[in-house]
Design a binder for this molecule. Structure first.
Ligand code: TXA
Ligand code: MG
Length: 315
């Protein structure tokens, strides 16, 4: 079947209340019609996702935000114009017509326009905003290929294969407040880039509520033990380990080495981080050790994912 026919079939499925996994530029999403609460409930079921964890709603055009939010805040247009389509989710006050299950009962909804032609076409042909978390079991590694989705969610109604995603980690999530914006999850779009439009202003939230996976300490969990080099006490011999290397230095003696970036480019590390771990899950190494990077710019998002992937396992 040609790609366009696949997208048409997938859009038909979305209209019928079925679930479709599709590529975005960040990771693959598990999508359903955002206005169909029954379809959205199936996402939670298939992912085994707790109902307190709200979903991001994907739209294809900036005017579509009117279907989802009541805000009159002009600042979002400035941000959206600069970063959409792109890897930035904006949390906005929701319309009552957005089902509560989408937002886990929160009065706000996370919205983004993905920068991926297949995703955009799917949303357009479906004729509705698409609620979609990453297409993995809750707490596990996010998928960056259709094969990763198939492995974790074999019972999904349909998967559109769009190849490997080209950002590799999930979108940056921001929330606006009176003084500027706050970041709920770090991603490829950095705080500094957004600061060119709005000032950063951190607002301590009510911490009884988990507001984003950015705030859950454990996440992105692979099946194999994973460590951060120089930070954790590693109980495996080098010849049992795979090193995820950024610098390309001190790689001797490891059973396997994956160089995530040839040009020492943090974007490349992000693209290859989850996909390297997926690859290693299938290999014969006993455990994984990842080289840390400095926490500036995209390095913040990379270290956030590594910390969560290694959380608790190492204690
Ligand atoms: O790049 C991405 O954002 C991918 C692709 C598929 O778009 N999606 C993704 O979705 O990462 P998910 O569900 O794995 O993570 C979305 C996070 C959730 O942890 C959720 O808590 C947060 O976004 N979120 C969604 N709506 C929210 C809201 N109203 N307030 C605060 N956080 C929200
Ligand atoms: Mg996720």
């Amino acid at each position: 079947m040609y790609l366009h026919a696949k997208i048409e079939k997938a859009a038909k499925y979305i209209k019928e209340g079925k679930l479709v996994a599709f590529p975005t530029e960040t990771v693959y999403g598990l999508g359903a019609d955002a206005f169909n609460a029954y379809a959205v409930a199936k996402i939670f079921e298939l992912k085994e996702r707790p109902s307190f964890d709200p979903l991001i709603v994907h739209i294809a055009s900036i005017n579509d935000i009117r279907q989802l939010t009541i805000t009159e805040d002009d600042r979002i247009y400035k941000i959206a114009e600069k970063f959409w389509p792109g890897s930035l989710t904006i949390i906005l006050p929701k319309k009552t017509s957005v089902p509560d299950i989408v937002t886990a009962g929160l009065p706000s909804v996370g919205i983004r326009i993905p920068n991926n032609e297949i995703a955009l076409k799917l949303i357009e042909l479906s004729g509705c905003p698409i609620a979609a978390p990453s297409a993995n079991k809750f707490g596990k590694l996010s998928p960056t290929t259709a094969q990763h989705v198939k492995k974790q969610l074999p019972n999904v109604d349909f998967i559109i294969d769009g190849g490997k995603t080209n950002v590799g980690i999930e979108s940056t999530i921001i929330k606006l407040n009176k003084k500027g914006f706050d970041i709920l999850r770090y991603g490829i779009i950095t705080k500094e880039e957004i600061e060119s439009i709005l000032p950063y202003h951190h607002e301590p939230e009510n911490h009884n509520k988990i507001l984003a996976s950015g705030m859950i300490k454990s996440h992105y969990k692979p099946e194999k033990p994973i460590f951060i080099l120089g930070k954790h006490n590693i109980t495996y011999a080098k010849n049992e380990l795979c090193l995820i290397s950024y610098s390309g230095q001190n790689v001797e003696e490891y059973k396997k080495v994956i160089l995530v970036s040839k040009n020492k480019d943090l974007k490349e590390y992000a693209v290859n981080l989850f996909s390297s771990i997926h690859e290693l899950e299938e290999s014969d190494v006993k455990a994984i050790v990842a080289e840390p990077v400095e926490e500036i710019g995209i390095g913040i998002a990379i270290m956030d994912r590594l910390r969560k992937a290694t959380y608790k396992q190492q204690q």
